[in-house]
Design a protein around this ligand. Structure first.
Ligand code: C2O
Ligand code: CU
Length: 566
């Protein structure tokens, strides 16, 4: 069974155990013996089942089970002992509270187990039990028990709201390196403004660069210096330009509060960098990026290694006001013409792409050429949020068509194809040339989950990394020249498309299985529920870099940290 389904099963068992004990306690207070015994039996089975899922998850990796073993299991054991060995409704209710706490620790706190979570769990169980005891006619509450419960509560809360080790706000502009010198070969101006744009025959409100969604495509040739002037007409929250996947100097990376201030209405900012990496990239605002990108502040950046021959099409997929972009296009291609389709996912969730009508190759992913790509046909491709795949093919005499989630977006002629049943390409086994992993000088682990964040002004159910949410996640600190490995573990039931700024990471393994295809240098990769990815990068671009989930609502809800050079 997959780790993802084990995670679900574990929650299910936890909920059933809690419900069973609580139900048994309620039945016992009303004196219904048969029902009580039945519920005790069910609760016992569910508790044992949860012991099983906890062991299975611990074997999949300690990250999946730490808090279940250290906090959940003792609570569940206490529940079993009280529920099975003691008489009366109060022990059964205690078992219910303890089992509830055991599952709440997972849902609200997760990995790693912390003293504060343990104390709050104990305080909750003790408090609820004391209240039940009193309500069910017990004597006055023993003073010491009440005092101990309050002490656990106060200490637990204190630890939960105490600021973490992370600096609250990153040191502003600490790494402002000079932008590229030299005469720009390409000058662009992007003006951000509110606009009404037409999508699929409807007028929708958008935020647009130069009045269009996507913004103008920026095209350059390797070696060019690009100069892009960003102006903000009326986007109140401010805008910046982040060059997604382009490893620019830190000062040009466009992260507000880290590498620059957001550009407010009436202001401008000039970006300048040398186009050294060929390939397919995109740009987008990084201020309030969740809403900004969704509303349309994005565009394509393509850097050509040489003059273009053949057909070269960019297909940035986006959902604007619930409607899919781009509009479908059809343009005939003479048989024998080389075609390159640059697929870009600018949404926050994965899209499925399928090319019908001809064999094709995946020539590049995230701007990096693959080694030894084999021809594919009737094979679908999943592109994570922020990711890019370049497909190459030779136009046949008959039409070809590209479908995104079943919708044709590009074709060379009329072609209907049912692509839903096609198998999906695994990039970790595609192509050839994988080398043994380099020795790492440093390593980090990022455990992705959801959890209660009590450190902000208002409590929120955040998307967390190692049990904390932005801005309380400690920086990853590296030194220039190091080889840095990091492991990304997804304990949550959602996909997290991971994205590191300023660097590409080489994929080493997924779920312990080494990547065997072409060396895979990515800037955006989907970590699915229950997955463990090991990647490595070279610390060769000093600065302070965002490292976050590119499901932008998740990033906004805490799933964001910084990589910082010491
Ligand atoms: Cu495409 Cu930090 O973003
Ligand atoms: Cu996410």
């Amino acid at each position: 069974m997959s780790t993802a389904s084990m995670i679900i099963l574990d929650l299910l068992a936890g909920v059933l155990a809690a419900g069973g004990w609580l139900g048994a306690g309620a039945a016992a207070t009303t004196g219904r013996r048969r029902l009580t015994l039945g519920l005790i039996a069910a609760a016992t089975l569910a508790t044992l089942a949860r012991a099983g899922t906890t062991v299975a998850l611990a074997r999949a990796g300690w990250w999946f089970a730490g808090e279940k073993v250290l906090i959940g299991a003792p609570l569940s054991l206490a529940a079993l002992v009280a529920g099975l060995l003691l008489r009366g409704p109060v022990p059964l209710l205690f078992a219910g509270y303890a089992s509830s706490a055991a599952v709440l620790v997972t849902v609200l706190h997760g990995y790693p187990a912390s003293v504060s979570a343990g104390l709050l769990a104990i305080a909750g169980v003790a408090g609820a039990t004391l209240v039940s005891w009193r309500l069910l006619g017990g004597r006055r509450l023993p003073r010491t028990a009440v005092a101990a419960t309050l002490a656990a509560l106060v200490t637990g809360l204190g630890l939960a709201v105490a600021p973490g080790a992370a600096p609250a706000v990153p040191h502003h502009h600490a790494f402002a390196a000079a932008p590229a010198a030299g005469e720009p070969a390409e000058r662009f101006t992007l003006t951000a403004a509110t606009a009404t744009v037409r999508v699929g025959g409807h007028d929708v409100d958008a935020w647009a660069f130069n009045g269009q969604v996507p913004g103008p495509q920026l095209t350059a040739t390797v070696g060019d210096v690009l100069q892009v002037t960003l102006r903000n007409r009326d986007i109140k929250r401010g805008v910046t330009l982040h060059w997604h996947g382009y490893d620019v100097p830190n000062s040009q990376d466009g992260v507000p509060g880290v590498t620059q201030d957001a550009v407010l209405p009436g202001q401008e900012f000039v970006y300048r960098f040398r186009a050294e990496q060929p390939g397919t990239y995109w740009y987008h605002t990084h201020e309030a990026s969740d809403v900004g990108v969704r509303m349309g502040l994005y565009g394509v950046l393509v850097v050509h290694p040489a003059p273009v021959t053949g057909v070269d099409v960019t297909i940035p997929v986006h959902t604007l006001a619930g409607r899919p972009l781009p509009a479908p296009t059809t343009s005939p291609a003479r048989a024998g013409t080389p075609i390159r389709l640059r697929l870009i996912n600018t949404d926050s969730t994965t899209h499925r792409y399928a090319l019908a009508g001809a064999p094709f190759e995946v020539a590049a992913i995230d701007g990096n050429d693959l080694q030894g790509p084999a021809p594919l046909s009737r094979t679908a491709i999943l592109i994570p949020a922020g990711g890019r795949y370049d497909l190459t093919l030779t136009a046949p005499a008959t039409p070809v068509a590209l479908f995104v989630d079943g919708r044709a977006v590009y074709s060379t002629g009329p072609l209907d194809a049912e692509t839903a049943g096609w198998p999906v390409l695994d990039p970790l086994t595609y192509g050839s040339g994988a080398a043994p992993p380099p020795d790492a000088d440093r390593s980090f682990t990022l455990v992705l989950d959801r959890g209660l964040d009590l450190r902000g002004l208002l409590p929120r159910y955040a998307h967390t990394v190692n049990g904390a949410a932005y801005p309380d996640i400690p920086d990853e600190v590296v030194h220039l020249g190091e080889t840095v490995e990091f492991t990304v573990v997804n304990r949550s039931p959602a996909i997290h498309p991971w994205h590191l700024h300023g660097h590409h990471v080489l994929v080493l393994s997924r779920n312990g299985v080494p990547a065997t295809g072409s060396p895979l240098w990515l800037d955006s990769f989907d970590v699915r529920p229950g997955e463990v990815w090991k990647v490595v990068f070279h610390a060769d671009n000093p600065g302070m870099w965002a490292n976050h989930c590119h499901n932008l609502p998740h990033a906004d809800a805490g799933m964001m940290l910084h990589l910082r050079y010491a």
